[in-house]
Design a protein around this ligand. Structure first.
Ligand code: PAF
Length: 276
């Protein structure tokens, strides 16, 4: 496995692979790798060269504390990459925001203003800029992204179809632990007690799904679920039923919809979603 720390060496290595006719799968990450990332790595087609990036992108954080507290563990991450047959890792050793040149005004699709886009101002623009920057260097044949960040996944699909039409986006199912907690690097910031109660998030989503399918009113379920979570110190930021295609709110029609949640526990923000 090779590790490069600057854009020039990264571009050189990519060019070498392409000259040899290799297909490339890109797996962008912010490090602090866990089982969810291992599964992302495993979804790269076998015939391709796996390229991972490890970069905590300041442009996508709207809260400086959140950025500064984002867990970093480069040496362990590199070991995980090695064990998962990654051929090349790009891990910039500083802030590369200055290298990211974009058009003056970027018009993101409407759905980026919903859900996480409401409270996390600039978040999706930051994701868009960094992923576009990485895609411009690699122009990958495949790129893997998880469904836990469903809104991000839709944005990446928009980015690929608009600017990188030959890149196939591989959606990867949310990876959960034995208590059905959606794996996230942020979980490491929770106390043991709070971690222990996060199973209630998925439990709530599943209960809501069953009840919705039985015909129970969404408004009633939403109110009860928020109360239930609050009584367990889980504070809901949003809890919506939305179209899996447009992310428009849907309370009556359940076909091609999902339930989406963001909540705060112990000062840590977690998101999850399930398809109905
Ligand atoms: O999902 C993430 O880890 C990040 O948003 C990404 C796609 C690596 C961009 O920084």
């Amino acid at each position: 496995m090779q590790i490069v720390y600057n854009t020039e060496s990264f571009s050189d290595k990519i060019r070498e692979y392409k000259t040899r006719g290799n297909k490339i799968t890109l797996i962008p990450t912010m490090g602090n790798l866990h089982q969810g990332h291992r599964v992302l790595f495993s979804k790269a087609p076998n015939s391709s060269i796996k390229v991972a990036t490890i970069y905590v992108n300041p442009l996508q954080f709207n809260n400086i504390d959140d950025y500064q507290n984002y867990p970093k563990s480069l040496q362990t991450d590199l070991e995980v990459c090695r064990q998962n047959n990654i051929s090349l890792v790009y891990a910039p050793d500083g802030d590369v925001s200055d290298e990211i040149v974009t058009e003056k005004s970027i018009d993101l699709p409407k759905f980026t203003r919903y859900l996480c886009g409401k409270k996390r101002e600039g978040h999706f623009l930051g994701v868009f800029k960094v992923v576009k920057y990485l895609f411009s260097i690699v122009n990958p044949d495949f790129a893997c992204f998880g469904k836990k960040d469903y809104q991000q996944l839709l944005l990446i699909k928009y980015l690929a179809s608009t600017y990188f039409p030959k890149t196939n986006i591989i959606d990867v199912e949310t990876v959960r632990d034995s208590n059905n907690i959606a794996l996230s690097s942020r979980l490491t910031r929770l106390s043991k007690e709070s971690y222990g109660s996060t199973f209630r998030i998925y439990e709530t989503l599943q209960n809501m799904k069953q009840e919705l399918l039985k015909g129970t009113s969404f408004d009633k379920l939403k109110k009860e679920s928020i109360e239930y979570l609050k009584s367990n110190d889980i504070h809901v930021e949003y809890l919506d039923v939305r179209s899996l295609i447009t992310l428009e709110e849907e309370t009556d029609k359940l076909k091609s919809c999902g339930i989406f949640i963001a909540c705060h526990i112990d000062g840590v923000r977690l998101i999850d979603n399930i398809e109905i």
